[in-house]
Design a protein around this ligand. Sequence first.
Ligand SMILES: [Zn+2]
Length: 217
Amino acid sequence: MKKLLMTLLLTFCIGCTYTLLNEKDTTVSAKSTKKTIMIDAGHGGYDVGAVSNYGDYEKDINLDIALLVGKQLKSYSYNVVYTRTNDSVSWSEDNVEDLQTRCDLAKKRNADLFVSIHLNSSEYEANGYEIYCDFNNKNVVKLSNSILKQLDQLDYSTNRGLLDTNETPLYVVANNEVDAILIEAGFISDDSDLYYLKNYTNNVATAIAKGIKKSLN
Ligand SMILES: [Zn+2]
């Protein structure tokens, strides 16, 4: 009986080692050929983000867009990782720790690029999409312009252009060791933007993914 147990244990251990080695092999070969893109759905869990006139939470629309961007990027054969894939978040209810965890995840998962997805809000009349990035980093400026160009083709709102994070520092861009951008895909406070973001989510997501692909190619 003891011998049988030992044999079973040994077989199990060999199996584990084999699986581990295999996983390692796949990661190495995949990394050398494909870029890894981390998609960050803004807010989540305790933090709902901005709220529409009808009670829609920004965190939910961000997540819908983020998952579709990831799906599209996977279809282009990129490695896609997420900061969150549902409404339960692993980090604490402290805003700085929340944002720092997202930056840490980008490094931990060996991301080449970090794309954060948000929606704007204003008590005044405002609409449109815009992208925050570091103007001193040519890669992210090229990437952001490429995404704006794709969003323009959807003709759903105003192009508000690029914003420099050296002038308006945003935590997940400024504190990220990975090339990072933050997309404000529209105003949740604007009825027309909100309608498009909720009903044509896939168009917005596909445009973002296409912009990324064209810039990385
Ligand atoms: Zn936001």
